[in-house]
Design a protein around this ligand. Structure first.
Ligand SMILES: Cc1cc2nc3c(=O)[nH]c(=O)nc-3n(C[C@H](O)[C@H](O)[C@H](O)COP(=O)(O)OP(=O)(O)OC[C@H]3O[C@@H](n4cnc5c(N)ncnc54)[C@H](O)[C@@H]3O)c2cc1C
Length: 413
């Protein structure tokens, strides 16, 4: 039976949810605070559909490593402590999750979701001919500068059919644009994909629009959720009240601003930066996506631009550009891919990853009967969007979910 669903948030998670719901025959309204869709954290992210590299940031040894990073001028991590209980609660829970048993358990949940996501996107591309977002299966090479981290990573490779361990010379052969000085080796995963997240959002929106089953309300911020007797009743858009039957919260890192009694979302924004470097005919840009593991910088060719993304800054809700952080990314990119593009005309961007301490998103029912969550996708929102949307549509439609929901459902979190 067709259900009327209202979604708060027109980022990649809200739009993938809308798409899956409309495909399943439901009627959807998407409310987006900005004038355009996919223009907050989903705008200029790394573009990597990194289905096999989903292990959460929280792991054994990370707090100690983080202290070392914080003492360095070229650190990929920055912490600005604030008088904000949300920040301290999040960091305490993050440290609590830094155990290898917790990391392995959460990595398994994420891998299930990522595998579903890859299959779901493939189905949408093939069945619906969804295209126009620079999708490619280009493979991903994770490169290492430090012999110890390389040894550790190669010891974790269990499936040699899916992942190949390469020497520095092999890396140079695989990706000639890479300046391999300083690298000791790499691990190549041929099945990984890349695409333009913002263009993907636009394409989903166009298809949704054409379906006649989706309405967009743009430039309107939801200011309050009204509830009565354990169910949500309506949303307020300033002075306007809009009744809702089923409501999905997919407002990224701002989801915590829509508070409801008993609903405590363990989210905090992890700020990151990107450069979009135009590629001309004279440039030598990489085709394979690269993760410079020890510097924590990712590189992906998306159409005619090189997307460089990096940094985890725990600095509150300020999404402003910090020239020092951007200058560091540019310097590192120039060292690694000196000829890849026109760095002087790079577009600079900052975004806020909506992160849970465990790295696992919250998908599904909440304490309120008709309020559904699809939040907390952190550094993997583009990778996990299609699977998360598909699961949500199945749950709202009262169908059995495609994968075991253990560890992913909000009540269990
Ligand atoms: C530097 C960087 C690099 C990244 N690289 C990758 C990558 O390579 N691969 C990957 O998979 N992921 C990557 N990510 C993560 C990914 O971008 C995010 O996980 C994803 O964009 C989150 O999507 P979202 O829809 O939850 O949030 P958003 O895209 O932020 O969407 C939420 C939307 O809700 C709207 N909204 C908020 N509050 C309200 C309200 N009250 N009323 C109405 N609307 C509201 C906002 O305006 C926004 O448009 C990266 C992130 C960063 C910052």
């Amino acid at each position: 039976m067709a259900t009327q669903v209202c979604i708060i948030g027109g980022g990649v998670i809200g739009l993938a949810s809308a798409y899956a719901l409309v495909r399943a025959g439901h009627e959807v309204t998407v409310i987006e605070a900005r004038d355009t869709l996919g223009s907050e954290t989903s705008f200029a992210n790394g573009g990597q559909l990194s289905y096999r590299y989903v292990a959460p940031l929280a792991d054994k040894g990370v707090p100690l490593q983080a202290i070392g990073w914080l003492l360095r001028g070229d650190s990929p991590l920055k912490l600005r402590p604030r008088l904000d209980p949300q920040q301290w609660r999040w960091m305490a829970a993050f440290i609590g999750a830094c155990r290898s048993s917790v990391n392995q358990r959460n990595a398994a949940h994420l891998l299930r979701l990522a595998t579903l996501s890859q299959g779901t996107l493939q189905q949408w591309r093939e069945d619906d001919r969804l295209d126009g977002f620079d999708w490619r299966r280009n493979g991903k090479l994770v490169t290492f500068r430090n012999a110890n981290t390389f040894e550790y990573a190669r010891s974790k490779v269990t499936n040699v059919l899916q992942q190949q361990v390469l020497t520095a010379a092999d890396c140079a052969r695989l990706e000639p644009a890479l300046a391999t000085d300083g690298f000791v080796g790499g691990i190549y995963t041929p099945n990984e994909e890349v695409a333009d997240c913002h263009a993907f959002c636009q394409r989903l929106a166009a298809r949704l629009d054409a379906s006649g089953r989706c309405r967009f309300v743009l430039g309107r911020k939801v200011t309050r959720i009204r509830h009565v007797e354990g169910a949500v009743q309506a949303i307020e858009l300033g002075n306007e009240v809009m009744p809702v039957k089923q409501l999905v919260l997919a407002a990224g890192h701002r989801s915590t601003q829509l508070s409801l009694p008993g609903l405590s979302l363990p989210l905090y924004p992890l700020k990151g930066y990107s450069l979009s470097v135009p590629i001309g005919a004279q440039h030598q840009a990489p085709n394979v996506s690269i993760t410079d593991y020890d510097r924590k910088v990712v590189y992906a060719r998306i159409g005619e631009q090189l997307r460089v993304a990096a940094m985890v800054d725990i600095v509150g809700f300020d999404a402003g550009l910090e020239p020092k952080r951007l200058a560091l990314i540019k310097r590192q990119a120039l060292e690694t891919f000196p000829q890849a593009g026109d760095y002087t005309h790079a577009l600079e961007w900052a975004g806020m990853r909506p992160a849970t301490p465990t790295g696992v998103p919250l998908i599904g029912a909440s304490l309120y009967r008709n309020l559904w969550l699809n939040v907390g996708h952190g550094a993997l929102g583009f990778t996990l969007a299609c699977g998360s949307g598909q699961l949500l549509a199945e749950l709202i439609g009262q169908h059995a979910p495609s994968i075991d929901m253990q560890g992913l459902t909000p009540r269990a979190a």
